[in-house]
Design a protein around this ligand. Structure first.
Ligand SMILES: N[C@@H](CCC(=O)N[C@@H](CS)C(=O)NCC(=O)O)C(=O)O
Length: 202
């Protein structure tokens, strides 16, 4: 398999999941700014949507959309328990988290990375994110991970998007449960390895 990624972008989530699952994949850097690979190949020719993450399967088929990719990867290593079995209510609970993370948090952060976005709009985006993070912090009370005691693919995603706060003026240090949770996730060997491989940690 191949994972097209950009350092620290939302593709860090499937990257972490690959390592948690013990699966093999080549990492291919695709710039989110130039939309080119390192050898100059136009990334739009590989993913017409132009964004990472993109997973190329061993048979050459390509899968996009982070929340789908992480579930695919989890299902390749069912013994690792990174996603509850398909068809169970718990699987829908996981999807409930993934959908929240992608539409409310991930895409809530996106305007803050856009240099053309007016400051007023950024303030509104930050306020909305704080509303979501306040709720999320309450959900993490008394829990090791989003789904309870077990790390799932949703945790790789939440960790990834909340890393962005420091770069775009969304201070998460006041959310005590989230801070403790982030430290717990950051300490996982697979997370450390993925961050090192992306040059995010020394
Ligand atoms: N809906 C996509 C969104 C992916 C996305 O927003 N990727 C960003 C990085 S976090 C990106 O590659 N942006 C560059 C672009 O859209 O041109 C998903 O959930 O995977």
């Amino acid at each position: 398999m191949k994972l097209y990624y950009s350092p620290g972008a939302c593709s860090l989530s499937p990257h972490i999941v690959l390592r948690e699952a013990g699966l093999d994949a080549d990492l291919v850097l695709a710039s989110t700014k130039t939309h080119k690979l390192q050898d100059g190949t136009d990334f739009y020719g590989i993913n017409p949507k132009g964004y990472v993450p993109l997973l190329e399967l061993n048979d050459g088929q390509r899968l996009s959309e982070g929340p789908v990719i992480v579930q695919y990867l989890a299902d390749q290593a069912p013994d690792k328990g990174l996603a509850p079995p398909n068809g169970t209510l718990e699987r829908y609970r996981l999807q409930e988290w993934l959908n929240f993370l992608t539409s409310e948090l991930h895409k809530g952060f996106s305007p803050l990375f856009n240099p053309a976005m007016p400051e007023e709009a950024k303030t509104l985006a930050r306020n909305k994110l704080h509303e979501r993070l306040t709720w999320l912090d309450g959900q993490l009370a008394g829990k090791q991970y989003l789904m309870g005691d077990k790390f799932t693919v949703a945790d790789a995603y939440l960790f990834t998007v909340t890393n962005w706060g420091q770069h775009v003026g969304v201070d998460v240090s006041g959310y005590a449960n989230l801070v403790a949770y982030r430290a717990r996730v950051a300490a996982r060997p697979a997370v450390q390895e993925a961050m090192k491989a992306e040059g995010l940690l020394k």
